[in-house]
Design a protein around this ligand. Sequence first.
Ligand code: DX5
Ligand code: ZN
Length: 219
Amino acid sequence: MAQINPSILSADFARLAEEARRVGGEGGADWLHVDVMDNHFVPNLTLGAPVVASLRKATDTPLDCHLMIEDPDRWAPAYVEAGAGSVTFHAEAAAAPVRLAREVRALGARASMALKPATPVEPYEDLLPELDMLLVMTVEPGFGGQAFLDIMLPKIRRTRQLIDKHGLEMWLQVDGGVSASTIERCAEAGADVFVAGSAVYGTEDPAAAVRALRRQAER
Ligand code: DX5
Ligand code: ZN
């Protein structure tokens, strides 16, 4: 089953509650993808744990927090406490990914790790059982609306093979440039959780865009 996670990075930040509700409910978003950026790990700044706590109260859709920040070992637990159902930290930023994943799980959220385009998955093979999801970035993190990097398809495929080889239940998420014209390739390569920002919030009817993406991913 494909999961579609609209990214509120492409929503109107002055109306986050309303924007969250536009994609939630029946047949809508599985999770709301919340991009946290600190101006250090990526050259952009978005929001922090207080906004996540407010969003949590504004919607029933679970929150998938993607932390594009330095020192996630220090900051990730605050996002679980703020109400995130899933917390993704970057492999490139975490000092102790196993300890961090265990801490996130112990606090009651799904633990997930992200890989930038130049970071290979193979060195992390033994860590996969510690994770509930692996995120393969399909753009350089930092901004919405970038073009999908086709060169990431082999990495998605290799990640799917590793997950299957170990018989893991974990999810494989893709994020960046996912749209009507790229989602089928991602699904075919083995992804099952799809983040889409501009392809959802850049349209007149975000809920219809979510439904269309889901149909295409499940084809
Ligand atoms: C980019 C973020 C993405 C972003 C995707 O660094 O991690 O979640 O919102 O936006 P689109 O779907 O427009 O590429
Ligand atoms: Zn993201």
